[in-house]
Design a protein around this ligand. Structure first.
Ligand SMILES: Cc1ncc(CNC=O)c(N)n1
Length: 224
């Protein structure tokens, strides 16, 4: 039995912003993967756009790693983030093989507005002005939305098409769930000692990530 997780400030924020959290983690695009009605042109759009997103996410995670090395008193923070960075290496290879499988040529994919907005947000988060606890909250939220969304596509009763279970397993697997829970614990620990201003920033950043994720799913569903 796993220990029940302590309820921290992030859970309080998720309760407060439940409707946008649900929009991000149970979006119509994700639900369509789960019920098998997904339009494959939408999936191909998502694949191309997400490949570009992930390429921009790598320097963001690298930045989180540097900050974990320099600013965290806990040696395990660096190990958790390093694990995330290592899995991005596999992920990029996975995207490339999916790209050939679905005949999506990444070299011709143009980032759409939702993608550009998200990448601009990631760049802003890399500023030294952003507190460690705030960047950790953003990092957790980005990973957790994918974990929750794709795990839903694998839950009992799913009709997820066989050719899409690879994508769902990538973020919906148990290892990724545990990794997200480790990142959440780091963020919670940092937030316990944060000032009121920093807490307000972290809550804003959490909501902003959820909005960006909803827009990203919307863009994918648009399917061009
Ligand atoms: C738009 C978006 N959000 C989160 C993730 C998950 N993190 C790394 O893969 C992702 N791939 N794409």
């Amino acid at each position: 039995m796993e220990k029940p997780e302590k309820r921290g400030v992030i859970d309080t924020w998720l309760d407060k912003h439940r409707s946008i959290y649900t929009e991000a983690t149970r979006h119509a695009f994700v639900v369509s993967i789960r019920d098998g009605s997904v339009d494959l042109s939408s999936f191909r759009t998502w694949l191309g756009q997400d490949y570009l997103f992930v390429r921009g996410f790598v320097p963001f995670v690298a930045n989180v790693l540097i900050r974990a090395c320099k600013e965290s008193g806990e040696t395990s923070d660096m190990e958790v983030v390093l694990g995330g960075l290592a899995s991005l290496n596999d992920e990029i290879e996975w995207f490339k093989s999916e790209g050939s499988k679905w005949d999506v040529d990444f070299s011709t994919v143009v980032p759409q507005k939702a993608n550009q907005d998200y990448r601009r947000f990631l760049e802003a988060m890399m500023s030294d002005e952003v507190k460690y606890s705030v960047i950790m909250t953003a990092f957790w939220a980005i990973e957790a939305v994918y974990q929750e969304s794709f795990a839903h596509c694998l839950e009992d009763g799913n009709k997820t098409p066989a050719e899409l279970t690879g994508a769902c397993n990538r973020w919906g697997n148990d290892g990724f769930r545990q990794y997200c829970s480790s990142v959440k614990k780091i963020a919670e620990r940092c937030l316990e000692n944060a000032s009121g201003d920093v807490l307000a920033d972290a809550e804003d950043v959490l909501v902003r990530v959820l909005e960006l994720e909803v827009a990203f799913w919307e863009m994918s569903r648009g399917g061009q």
